[in-house]
Every structure is written in structure tokens, then in C-alpha cells.
Design a binder for this molecule. Structure first.
Ligand SMILES: NC(=O)c1ccc[n+]([C@@H]2O[C@H](COP(=O)([O-])OP(=O)(O)OC[C@H]3O[C@@H](n4cnc5c(N)ncnc54)[C@H](OP(=O)(O)O)[C@@H]3O)[C@@H](O)[C@H]2O)c1
Length: 339
């Protein structure tokens, strides 16, 4: 097994920087590494493993000789460059939503549906952050009791919307407290500081948002669920820097007690149960930030559903929701000899 030549496309962004950190932490084996971004950042320097690299503009020729491209530069960039990347012989692990629902593109959470990687034709899609963190706890519960119906409410941090959104929370909050004017870069219609915005991405059919429908459609694709499994989601942006939280209510085909769910989740890959209400132990976004596991707590019987289970799922959206799963997929590509 040889080490791949890799590139991070979108290396200067929030997700790109997190990918860099995780490659370093995991000591990911590579032969050569490149850092790509737009013309705006070309020429900037990035330090990685004690070496200084110059950021290059993501022009077609930049992909020459590469084996794996870890892309987090937005859907338009991924769409514009995919053909060139594949033509040059590399596999693109893409964080954007551009290809997620294409039937021939595997949509993968490492440790959940790794076999789907074998079907790739040059592009592998990384799911949306709010779907990603749900898959690791849902998969073993589904294997045990079969999901019949699910209702999810998300409480999504601003880092999920990129650099500008983080600035709006931090600078906007300072300005609000100082009674000063702040010109928002991302949240232009409603203030994000001291507020909640029940709207992420554009509105589509039945007044759901694209973000909400990503949870519905991507969950079905990753867990190979039939259309009969009914799922709905409400996605809300909250004034939290990092980590998304989700209130999840699931109806299963057979009964699953909270005790059984805790037992299953305690040994599930990538999941950590934090559920001891007597001692006020449950997951929160600040505690989850910067960590790898998907934390699950408040596990209880869902009173409104048959064979129902309710839980609270919290994870770092930049890690399992994007960068960590991207790197885990790259590790699988190396392990399974798929690049
Ligand atoms: N944030 C999350 O939690 C999250 C989770 C899952 C998926 N994603 C997805 O990941 C992608 C990146 O998100 P982000 O939050 O990291 O955004 P971001 O902080 O705004 O970073 C965007 C990155 O893309 C680069 N870029 C923009 N236009 C480009 C172009 N034409 N050619 C080459 N590079 C270009 C930027 O380079 P410059 O420095 O040159 O502008 C920057 O490195 C998006 O598709 C997003 O939907 C994000």
C-alpha cells in the first residue's frame, strides 16, 4: 500500500483548517501534500508538520499527480473542478452538497456505510453536518430495531456557516453590548447574537428548507432506508460558536428501551453516551467542541410515538460534521486500496 499525494482544496477555510489539524493529529500517511484555495489566498503561507507551504490557486493544472483531493471550497468550486480532478486520476472527497444525492456518488459516514465506497467513480460525498452526527448513533439503533419514523430539530452553531458567520456572532455580539453599529457579513436579515434563526439555506417544497431536506434525504441514502420511512426536520441557527445539537425522536418497528439503547450506544463506533440526569450529566456544545465523538444523552422513552425513543445528540460540526469524516474517508480509501 503506497502513500497518496493529497491536496486540501479550500485549505484556508474553516473546514480546510480543521482538515489540516486532523491530518496532523492522525499522522495521516502521505507522499506529497498541496494546499489550494482561490486566487484571493494564493501566495499565503501555511505551516504543516514543521514545513512552510505556499497556498496555490486551484487551477486545473494544480491537480496533476494527485491521488486524493479533500475538497471544502463550496459547491460551485467542486462542480467546476470535479471533471478535471477525476480526469487527472484523483479521487475527490467533497464536503459540499453538489454531488451528495447523485445516484452514482457514494455518500459516506466512515464506520457506517464503508462498503458504499467501493462503488465510487471518482467522487465521494461527505454528508451535511447535521446528518453526519446523527448517523453514528442511529445506525446501531436501526440495526437493532429498524427505524420507522423520525423527527429531528437541530440547533446549529454559526461555524457551520463558515468564517463570515463566526465574525457575525463575535463582532456582532461585541457591537450589540457596546450599543454600536455592526454590518453583518452572513446573517443579514436577522441578528444572530442573543437570537435564534429558524431558517438555514433556501426554502423549498412545503416550506421546508434545503438544510432540513438534506437531513431527510441524506439519512435515507446513507442508511439505505425505504421511502416509507417518514422523516422530518426543523433546522435552527443558534448563537453558539461550535457544535450542533439535535433533539431526535425516533419510532422503531420493535420496542427498544432506554436501557437497551444506552447499552447499544455505549459500544457504538464514534459515539459516547453522557447520560446521567441524576448528576446533571448530558452533552452540551461547548463540551463537545474540539472532540471526535458524537455525544448522546437525555435518552428516554418518546411518549408521543409507539416504540419511541427520544435523545439529545451533540457533536463538533467541524469535525464529525465535516473534516473528521473527510479524513476518515481518506483513511478508508488508503486501507481499502480505492484510490
Ligand atoms: N462549516 C461547516 O461546518 C461545514 C460542514 C459541512 C460542510 N461544509 C461545506 O464545506 C465547504 C466549505 O465550508 P467552510 O465553512 O470551510 O467555508 P469558508 O470558511 O468560507 O471557506 C471556503 C474555502 O473555499 C475556498 N474557495 C472559495 N472559492 C474558491 C474558488 N473559486 N476556488 C478555490 N477555492 C475557493 C476559500 O478560499 P479563499 O481563502 O481563497 O477565499 C476557502 O479556503 C462548503 O461547501 C460548506 O457547505 C461546511
Amino acid at each position: 500500500m503506497s502513500s497518496p499525494n493529497i491536496a486540501i482544496l479550500g485549505a484556508t477555510g474553516v473546514v480546510g483548517q480543521e482538515i489540516l489539524k486532523i491530518l496532523d493529529e492522525k499522522n495521516f500517511p502521505f507522499n506529497e501534500i498541496k494546499f489550494l484555495a482561490s486566487a484571493r489566498s494564493a501566495g499565503n503561507q501555511i505551516e504543516f508538520k514543521g514545513k512552510i507551504y505556499t497556498v496555490e490557486e486551484a487551477k486545473p493544472e494544480a491537480f496533476e499527480g494527485l491521488n486524493i483531493v479533500l475538497a471544502s471550497a463550496g459547491g460551485a468550486t467542486s462542480k467546476a473542478l470535479a471533471e478535471e480532478i477525476i480526469k487527472k486520476g484523483a479521487v475527490m472527497v467533497d464536503n459540499s452538497s453538489a454531488f451528495r444525492m447523485e445516484p452514482e456518488v457514494p455518500l459516506v459516514i466512515a464506520g457506517v456505510n464503508d462498503d458504499d465506497l467501493k462503488k465510487h467513480k471518482g467522487i465521494i460525498a461527505n454528508p451535511n453536518c447535521s446528518t453526519s452526527q446523527l448517523m453514528l448513533p442511529l445506525k446501531p439503533l436501526h440495526d437493532y430495531a429498524n427505524i420507522k419514523r423520525m423527527i429531528v430539530s437541530t440547533y446549529q452553531s454559526v461555524s457551520g456557516a463558515g468564517k463570515d458567520a463566526i465574525d457575525d456572532l463575535i463582532e456582532g455580539t461585541k457591537a450589540y453590548l457596546n450599543n454600536e453599529q455592526y454590518d453583518p457579513k452572513k446573517f443579514k436579515d436577522y441578528l444572530i447574537s442573543f437570537n435564534l434563526i429558524p431558517h438555514i439555506d433556501s426554502f423549498v417544497d412545503y416550506d421546508y428548507t434545503k438544510e432540513e431536506m438534506k437531513v431527510v434525504n441524506e439519512t435515507r441514502k446513507i442508511l439505505h432506508l425505504s421511502k416509507d420511512v417518514r422523516i422530518s426536520c426543523t433546522a435552527v441557527r443558534v448563537p453558539v460558536h461550535t457544535s450542533h445539537s439535535e433533539s431526535v425522536s425516533v419510532e422503531f418497528e420493535k420496542e427498544i428501551t432506554p436501557e437497551k439503547a444506552r447499552e447499544i450506544l455505549s459500544s457504538a463506533y464514534g459515539v459516547e453516551v453522557v447520560d446521567d440526569v441524576a448528576n446533571l450529566k448530558y452533552p452540551t456544545p461547548i463540551e463537545a467542541a474540539g472532540k471526535d465523538p458524537v455525544y448522546v444523552g437525555r435518552i428516554r422513552k418518546e411518549l408521543a410515538l409507539d416504540n419511541g425513543l427520544a435523545m439529545w445528540v451533540v457533536a463538533d460540526n467541524l469535525r464529525i460534521g465535516a473534516a473528521l469524516n473527510t479524513v476518515r474517508i481518506a483513511e478508508k480509501l488508503v486501507e481499502m486500496n480505492l484510490f
